[in-house]
Design a protein around this ligand. Structure first.
Ligand code: ATP
Ligand code: MG
Ligand code: MG
Ligand code: MG
Length: 474
């Protein structure tokens, strides 16, 4: 089955179960300052779960554009390295707003996945996780679906903080949340990785395909869990991951859609399409960048626009690494439109604009990329130890426009790390200078409305807001 056919099958299945098919919402969340980009199918229904909005239907189904490149769910660092993560992906979902709950949600998912009429996946390859004390979910999987006990894995609050478990899903630090049950597919013994909950789970043998969330609470900023007006259901199934299974391949990058994008990327760069992370990064990033621009995000020095700029620059660097000199990135847009323009007409309608924006951004960065890389090489040649000093990271950032994650990406390829404290001090010193030079005591933090640094991991953790604030001061 082609990716486009699977998308249609999902919507058709849930339509046959009386769900209203609803269009994907924009990647720019409507009126929700707590969210950087749309990161799940449920975002557009947040108020329906909270009871603040009534719609003419209580069951909905969508194919939702998602970007996870910052905020609570950030997969930027994974892209190109795992078989299953993208910055942009499509999340198929079905939703119940106070209508059905656990029983139907699990039964629907199982029917769609395993019935010969639908996806017909081999039952023996599937296993599930549940929230540790969710006996109700256990009984449904065990007694009604008939899964043996060893295929139902209980996962608790294993990360220390309450409700930090993979089986307690939350959209962000506040908002609708609840325990969940997830379906995994076993890609086979020849692939490294252990079942969920095991020490080896970070491998790619067992891949999570579907998360079924039992929405029950609204988390307040104080941490208080307020019960929702009615128990609800929110599910998300990764379209690229299910395509991989149905097309008999392991990695998302081997599916029909990505094969074409990888070819187009190799062609634009002038390299051969070999299995290499940099090419996957480029093929991945053209989707997030094009879809973000189509939804009105423009590269800039603040908030969402800065995240977009970071992704574009990262793609440029990876292209450069593969031998691209000058601009190449915007040449891949046409292949993307050919793959996805039918399902997402906004892409087709705005192709020329997307190409223009990317070309301009690439040209601008190309002027400093080459030189910045040379400077970095010189510094690395003199480096003692495994840590790139903060002053170097700052120089690259300040003079050559290297976002910190881009330098971090290069560091990772060479088993080096960044001195982020040193970077922060250099940044702070610059801020001090700017403040002293300013006649007005403006707090630029006030201007940063999109809080992009919540829950960032690694080097993204502390720097993003700092970068944005500093850039605003320029
Ligand atoms: P993972 O543990 O693999 O990172 P997740 O638990 O973060 O996934 P959810 O938030 O549960 O993902 O999202 C629902 C579904 O969306 C997942 O089961 C998966 O199929 C898909 N998905 C999540 N993140 C990505 C991504 N970065 N790229 C592609 N598909 C994804
Ligand atoms: Mg994840
Ligand atoms: Mg997960
Ligand atoms: Mg999950």
């Amino acid at each position: 089955m082609k990716t486009a056919e699977i998308r249609q099958a999902f919507l058709k299945f849930f339509e046959s179960k009386n769900h209203q098919i609803v269009r994907s919402s924009s990647l720019v969340p409507h009126d929700d300052p707590t969210l950087l980009f749309t990161n799940a199918g449920m975002n557009q229904f947040k108020d329906c779960f909270l009871g603040a909005e009534k719609r003419p239907y209580t069951r909905a189904t969508t194919a939702q554009k998602c970007v996870r490149a910052g905020g609570k769910h950030n997969d930027l660092e994974n892209v190109g390295y795992t078989a299953r993560h993208h910055t942009f992906f499509e999340m198929m979902g079905n939703f119940s707003f106070g209508d059905y709950f656990k029983q139907d949600a699990i039964a629907f998912a199982w029917e769609f996945l395993t019935s010969p009429e639908w996806l017909n996946l081999p039952v023996e390859k599937l296993l599930v996780t549940i929230y540790e004390n969710d006996d109700e979910a256990y009984d449904i999987w065990h007694k009604q679906v008939g899964l043996p006990d060893h295929k139902i894995i209980r996962i608790g609050d294993n990360k220390g903080a309450p409700y930090a478990s993979d089986n307690f899903w939350a959209m962000g630090d506040t908002g609708p949340c609840g325990p969940c049950t997830e379906v995994f597919y076993d890609h086979g013994e020849h692939i490294w990785g252990g079942p969920p909950g095991s020490p080896e789970e970070d491998g790619d043998r067992f891949i999570e395909i579907w998360n079924i969330v039992f929405m029950q609470f609204n988390r307040q900023s104080s941490g208080e869990m307020q019960p929702l007006p009615a128990p609800s259901v929110d599910t998300g199934m990764g379209l690229e991951r299910i395509s991989a299974i149905l097309q008999g391949v392991h990695a998302n990058y081997e599916i029909d859609l990505f094969r074409d994008l990888l070819n187009a990327s190799a062609q634009a760069i002038g390299c051969t399409n070999e299995d290499q992370p940099s090419l996957r990064v480029v093929a991945d990033h053209i989707r997030s960048c094009s879809f973000l621009i189509a939804d009105g995000v423009m590269p800039s020095n603040e908030g969402r626009g800065y995240v977009l700029r970071r992704i574009i620059r990262r793609a440029c660097r990876h292209g450069h690494k593969l031998g691209a000199r000058g601009s190449f990135f915007h040449h891949i847009v046409a292949a993307l439109v050919a793959e996805m323009g039918e399902a997402y007409p906004e892409l087709k309608d705005q192709q020329a604009m997307i190409e223009r924006v990317l070309a301009k951004e690439e040209e601008q960065f190309a002027r400093t990329l080459e030189h910045g890389l040379q400077i970095l090489e010189q510094d690395l040649a003199e480096l003692k130890g495994q840590v790139i000093p903060g002053a170097v990271v700052f120089k690259l950032y300040d003079t050559y426009g290297f976002p910190v994650d881009l330098t971090g990406d290069i560091a990772r390829e060479r088993d080096l790390t960044l001195d982020l404290d040193g970077f922060e001090s250099a940044m702070e010193a610059q801020r001090e200078r700017a403040r002293a030079a300013s006649q007005f005591g403006i707090d630029y933090n006030e201007l940063v409305r999109v809080d992009v640094d919540t829950d960032f991991t690694g080097y993204d953790q502390t720097t993003d807001k700092g970068q944005i604030v500093a850039l605003l001061q320029e």
